[in-house]
Ligand binder design. Structure first.
Ligand code: ATP
Length: 598
């Protein structure tokens, strides 16, 4: 099974006759083949997807912290009995399904057809609604997209003709084999396409676990350097938003932007009267239109793909995109960001963490939906190792503080900062950690958290029915789930990896006389990946979907992987006692951003 996925890309199905060609995909047979091709591709990516050591360590730690551990420490004979490969623990239900799928369809063809027609009508209705809400923005955006492609493509061709060496590969026959447009061209294209793509660029820059190093490096500049808006335009927006001349509010505004980022441009300023050093974050003109058009387009594309290939529904792609769309559209309302910042500050103050971390104070009298005036934080990004060393003696400790404060907020606040990329986490000149940019936040409902806690506790004490019930609570489903049967299938998966945490690596150094022995616990990354994927797979088989609220959480864990690699490459998230998962106050006592009125 695995070896099938190792080949990538999977070969295009050859079963189509030459006459059918690409159009053959439109025939029922071609459609079936295309579908299996897509599934195989997805299967491949699920297998090669590496959650990164940080994300894995965190997930496993979460499991261990809430569990009694006894069950995980069963003798390794259990493992031998079940085989060390998780793939051997095939839940009975999967086998039954695989057999059934090839024989009798579960529904009569008429019912199935009627269902498809119903789904199609719903899809049409939703697409129409989204098209109306996108309005003329869609056409404008298309024109902008074409313009960006033509410009960047033109630059590439120009470079090719004027300096062919730089655009050709280093092959033996220069000039003959063209190097395809590389990271630099892609980055320029993203910058021209604006907000949505810059966000995507930030994702690439912040997740080296997922993307090739040359792209990660090239996209660093998306973190807060994008083409700036002229200062005159910024002044006009601030004047209009605040309803009075700038001089009445600020003593000084630096015309040189501090940063021009994906959705906003930030200028340093000084408040009139109090003389406080602040920054003014101004929403770039047209950003709402760009985000609305792009995100609607992506969402509709995913909906259509899911309709054409219902198997895709298993990936929860549409739900995840729907959530990302909603959270990004919220980002363009700075009143919400102000509330998120204040909720975070409350949490930090209430838990006595303000000597370790902070977020900027918001000045409401000069903040609106499009302008946010806040305390200026002085410091350097958490990824600037050289500068950090001049501020704090031990960057690893600072990283651990940042992680603990963030984990604490995850459990203590109603929302969590879901965009802590390199540009948004600072080491301040006084050594504290500064969190900025609370535009994108994630929400995991108390009910889902409770289910997550039950899930991890039940791993520890081997209560597989409780684990099944918790997963049912996490994954939205309309169908009744057979909990005992689901529990049995989960048990099969887990008993196959009982000694997940008992791999002890012993190494010796020195000669026979003065040998030193070091031992450490290690978790096999691939095993953990497989375990998680198997749980997701068997859950999906019972009609559950991966909880979509976890998309942003997982993205954030991947970002932390980068920080860990850079600042504390030897840090073991799983074993290090300094990394705490935070204490969660009883549900309902979280620091609710909604309690204060803007
Ligand atoms: N309070 C602050 N103090 C100092 N610098 C700040 C502050 N707020 C923002 N900045 C600077 O401005 C940059 C962009 O700000 P911010 O991240 O809030 O904008 P954005 O458009 O939401 O960015 P992103 O592209 O990260 O989503 C930051 O990376 C930082 O360099």
């Amino acid at each position: 099974m695995l070896s099938r996925y190792r080949r990538y890309p999977p070969p295009i199905p050859r079963n189509l006759t030459a006459r059918e060609g690409m159009w053959g995909y439109c025939s029922p047979k071609g459609f079936r083949l295309a579908r299996s091709h897509v599934n195989e591709t997805i299967g491949h990516w699920s297998n090669v997807m590496n959650l990164g050591t940080f994300a894995q360590g965190y997930l496993v730690k979460m499991a261990l912290s809430s569990a009694t551990l006894t069950a995980l420490r069963l003798p390794s004979s259990v493992l031998r009995q079940h085989g060390s490969n998780l793939g051997q623990a095939v839940p009975s239900r999967l086998v039954v399904r695989a057999q059934a799928a090839s024989s009798i369809p579960s529904q009569g063809p008429d019912i199935a057809r009627a269902e498809r027609v119903k789904e199609f009508n719903k899809l049409l209705g939703d697409v129409a609604k989204i098209a109306v809400s996108t309005g003329p923005r869609g056409a404008v955006r298309l024109a902008q997209g074409i313009e960006a492609f033509v410009t960047v493509g033109g630059e590439y061709l120009f470079q090719l003709f004027t300096n062919p060496e730089s655009a050709t590969s280093q092959s033996a026959t220069p000039g003959l084999s063209l190097t395809p447009p590389g990271p630099a061209q892609l980055r320029r294209l993203f910058e021209r396409l604006g907000a949505t793509y810059i966000k995507l660029g930030q994702l690439i820059a912040s997740a080296p676990t997922l993307f090739p190093p040359e792209y990660v490096k090239e996209f660093q500049s998306c973190l807060d350097k994008t083409p700036p808006i002229p200062f005159e335009d910024i002044k006009a927006i601030v004047r209009k938003e605040l309803g009075r001349p700038l001089e009445e509010v600020y003593d000084f505004v630096d015309p040189q932007p501090l940063a021009s980022a994906s959705i906003a441009q930030v200028h340093a300023a000084r408040l009139r009267g109090s003389q406080k050093e602040v920054v003014i974050k101004v929403l770039k003109p047209g950003v709402e239109d760009i985000l609305t058009a792009d995100l609607n387009f992506l969402y509709v594309t995913a909906r259509v793909l899911e309709f054409l290939n219902p198997e895709l529904a298993r990936t929860s792609l549409v739900s995840i995109l729907g959530d990302i769309r909603a959270s990004m559209l919220e980002e363009v309302d700075f009143r919400k960001e102000a509330l998120n910042i204040e909720a975070f500050r409350n949490y930090v103050d209430s838990l006595g963490l303000s000597n370790q971390a902070t977020a900027p104070a918001v000045y409401r009298h000069c903040s609106t939906e499009r302008v946010l005036t806040m305390e200026r934080l002085f410091g350097v990004p958490l990824t600037d190792l050289v500068s950090i060393r001049s501020i704090v003696p031990n960057p690893e400790t600072t990283l651990i503080t940042a992680l603990n404060v963030w984990f604490g907020s995850l459990l203590a606040c109603e929302t969590f900062h879901a965009d802590v990329h390199a540009g948004n986490l600072l080491v301040l000149n006084d050594g504290r950690v500064g969190f900025i940019d609370f535009g994108i936040v994630g929400r995991i409902s108390p009910a889902t958290w409770a289910a997550v806690e039950t899930f991890f506790t039940s791993i520890g004490n081997g209560q597989y029915n409780a684990m099944a019930a918790a997963l049912v609570q996490m994954g939205a489903t309309d169908t009744a789930v057979d909990i005992p049967s689901f529990g049995r299938d989960l048990e099969k998966i887990f008993t196959a990896v009982q000694d997940l945490d008992t791999n002890v690596i012993i190494s010796t150094a020195g000669g026979p006389q003065n040998a030193t022995i070091a031992a450490s616990l290690a978790v096999d990354e691939q095993q953990v990946n497989n375990l998680l994927l198997d749980v997701v797979r068997v859950s999906e088989d019972y009609g559950l979907k991966f909880p979509r609220e976890f998309g942003l959480l997982l993205k954030q864990l991947l970002y932390f992987d980068r920080y860990t690699k850079l600042l504390a490459p030897t840090l073991n998230v799983l074993e290090d006692d300094r990394i705490r998962l935070g204490n969660r106050p009883p549900f309902g006592n979280g620091y609710n951003s909604r309690v204060s009125n803007y």
